[in-house]
Ligand binder design. Structure first.
Ligand SMILES: Nc1ncnc2c1ncn2[C@@H]1O[C@H](COP(=O)(O)OP(=O)(O)O)[C@@H](O)[C@H]1O
Ligand SMILES: [Mg+2]
Length: 269
């Protein structure tokens, strides 16, 4: 989606934001991120706010509504949602501004231990039952070998999109961009993080060793982890076929390699 600027919003939407956030003194469009129609840092009479918005008729508008609904249930390190408004054809979220920068996942990065702490905290979070989020066994059902999706179930709150630009780092790491909250087995987020570590240049063994910091991944049943790796590889291959953007093809490749790696390890046992 094309990123638009604050001043491209209809005047009613800008007025609604000012009603919530105070008179807007300056607006700066975020350069990171990929999905939002607008993602902008505002300086207002009441202080700074990060505004993320999408047209209400956009296919990703439901994801933004999920993001709003899950916010009160997130660990403390995640940014607070100040307000959520729908006006003039726009769905708009106003967030606390975090001072961080995107995480660096490259091998040896000092951000990695901070990312591990943030994910460990999330691993302790139970998915709320009063917010309509997907269950992992439904989310990946269409990609899983028949009969295996039930292995993905659990009651942990999962982020499921742990790209480095969805983790902001200052003196700690903050997991942001909750468009895909999911309820499932705790080991799924470490399995997803592995693909992003591979993308950043880790070897299969290094990425797996990193994920083994999480007890959920250390104790995940091999059959379940392998079934998920297969389903996630199928999902990424579909994403890469639909859109030839190079990073998507690369992630699909990592997902296929990681599944092959787990499969080879299980054959060795
Ligand atoms: N609360 C926040 N404070 C500071 N920066 C943020 C905040 N939320 C998002 N950002 C920045 O804006 C970018 C886009 O936000 P994100 O929620 O990831 O939206 P998208 O759906 O466009 O990926 C992020 O990658 C990050 O750099
Ligand atoms: Mg993002």
């Amino acid at each position: 989606m094309i990123r638009r600027h604050f001043h491209d919003l209809p005047v009613e939407a800008r007025q609604a934001i000012a009603d919530k956030a105070g008179l807007v003194r300056a607006a700066r469009t975020a350069d990171g991120g990929l999905n939002s129609g607008i993602a902008t840092f505002l300086d207002t009479d009441h202080g700074p706010v990060f505004v993320k918005g999408i047209p209400t008729d956009h296919p990703q508008a439901p994801a933004q509504r999920r993001e709003a609904a899950i916010n009160p249930h997130l660990p403390r390190a995640c940014p607070r949602l100040y307000w959520h408004i729908e006006t003039a054809g726009w769905d708009l979220l106003g967030y606390e501004v975090l001072p961080g920068r995107d995480a660096d996942y490259s091998p040896g990065s000092p951000d990695l231990p901070l990312v591990a702490v943030a994910l460990a905290e999330l691993q302790e979070t139970t998915a709320p039952t009063d917010v309509p989020i997907k269950a992992a066994e439904q989310r990946w059902a269409a990609y899983a070998t028949p009969g295996t999706a039930a292995l993905f179930s659990g009651d942990t709150l999962l982020h499921t999109d742990l790209a480095p630009h969805n983790v902001l780092v200052d003196d700690r790491a903050h997991i942001i961009d909750w468009a895909w909250p999911t309820r499932g087995a705790a080991w799924i987020d470490p399995a997803i993080l592995i693909l992003r570590l591979l993308e950043a240049g880790h070897t299969l063994v290094e990425a797996d060793v990193f994920a083994r910091r999480f007890s959920s991944w250390r104790t995940a049943p091999a059959e379940a982890a392998e079934a998920f790796a297969a389903a996630n590889a199928a999902a990424w291959q579909e994403i890469a076929r639909a859109d030839p953007t190079p990073w998507k093809a690369a992630l699909a490749g990592h997902a296929v390699n990681f599944h092959a790696h787990l499969h080879a390890m299980s054959e060795d046992r």
